[in-house]
Ligand binder design. Sequence first.
Ligand code: AR6
Length: 185
Amino acid sequence: MQITIGENTLELLIGDITKQATDAIVNAANGSLMGGGGVDGAIHKAAGQELLQACRRLRKEQLNEEPLGTGEAVITPGFKLPASYVIHTVGPIWNTHNPIQDIQLADCYQNSFKLAKEYKLTSISFPSISTGVYRFPIERAAKIAMRTITNYLQTVDFGQVRMVLFSETDFTVYKSALRNIICSS
Ligand code: AR6
């Protein structure tokens, strides 16, 4: 599914984010930036050891060895990936006692765009942040992701955005969230 928003395109597809040749791909990382399972593990594996070294340097030089905060984003080269850059962001861990988790999830998308713009990138691929190990309900996450991305593309000339879903079920959820937004606007 592909739609046009102003000068921008938003595409939803089923696929592997490590194969996307967009300027940047976004990693659903954890605060340590030291890799993990899920999409994070797949990205580190495909990018090679240099990515881990770059993340270590970044922790030291930009974060003063502190973990990256939830909703924040940082950027590294893509090394062996087809994408030139990896934008690492930390989604919220689903917790009904956290009143700001929706905002934190929206921040992941917004701060990724902010970095991409700063680096003058014109194409980006996102995974479904927080809906795996972090257990954020996918219907809710999809609404937030699609709302945040479409709002951004309505106000900024960015270029091409791909939402890369890892299963047909996830794809259907995101497609329906996007359709609802289009129908209600
Ligand atoms: N391409 C696209 N999507 C993928 C891929 C892939 N290659 N692999 C998995 N997904 P998760 P989170 C989907 O758990 O919930 C890590 O250990 C997956 O099906 O990767 O934000 C980190 O280090 C799901 O829909 O990320 C953190 O500790 C989505 O990516 C923690 O998991 C996100 O699932 C982050 O958890």
